[in-house]
Design a protein around this ligand. Structure first.
Ligand code: MG
Ligand code: ZN
Length: 200
């Protein structure tokens, strides 16, 4: 039987956004995240990070620094009994400086490559899974992969390029509402239409 998952953007969603940070001492979880993830884990969802890390391609930090970030997240989660199943990152950027990372790839969100890889690796049914992020690139990647999507609107999205492919299924302002939304939404329910005001 396939698993279901909640895919989690990292910067600005799981942790306070500190641009290009890989210092574990500066990794701070966002408000309410552990309680929400406890509930989702309890409901049988795997929890998997899906993150763009173009700092590698830009030469700001080595790819190996991301292993430390992953470990730090695991330990923060473990303090609340939450298991982080896996951690997928895109180290690329087409305008990067460092080879072989300076490429246009299939895994940098809004592309769905990391979600598709995670689904393959962990036998995940994407149609029963969710992508949570703080910007519309996260939503676009989740939709393209066939997931339901929630925009955790905390002010980090500023462009609001709301085409249908980038419109979140749900938009909330806190982690408690993320958990509540997922736990009360049956996957057999029809997908909600984007509200009229969100159409371009
Ligand atoms: Mg983010
Ligand atoms: Zn990539």
């Amino acid at each position: 039987m396939s698993h279901k998952a909640v895919f989690l953007d990292k910067d600005g969603t799981l942790v306070d956004d500190v641009p290009y940070n890989v210092n574990p001492d500066r990794i701070v979880l966002t408000a309410g995240v552990l309680a929400a993830l406890q509930q989702l884990q309890q409901a049988g969802y795997l929890l998997i990070v899906i993150t763009n890390q173009s700092g590698v391609a830009r030469g700001f930090f080595p790819e190996s620094a991301l292993a430390v970030v992953w470990l730090k997240l695991q330990s923060l989660f473990a303090s609340a009994g939450v298991v982080l199943t896996d951690f997928y990152y895109c180290p690329h950027h087409p305008e990067g400086l460092i080879q072989p990372y300076a490429i246009a790839c299939q895994c940098r969100k809004p592309q769905p490559g990391l979600l598709l890889q995670a689904a393959q690796d962990h036998d995940i049914d994407l149609s029963q899974s969710w992508m949570i992020g703080d910007i519309l690139h996260d939503v676009a990647a989740g939709r393209e992969a066939g997931c339901r999507t929630i925009l955790l609107d905390n002010g980090n999205e500023t462009e609001w390029d709301l085409t249908p492919a980038r419109s979140p299924h749900f938009q909330v302002h806190c982690w408690a509402d993320v958990a509540q939304t997922i736990l009360t939404q049956l996957v057999t329910d029809p997908l909600p239409q984007p509200p009229a005001l969100m159409l371009p």
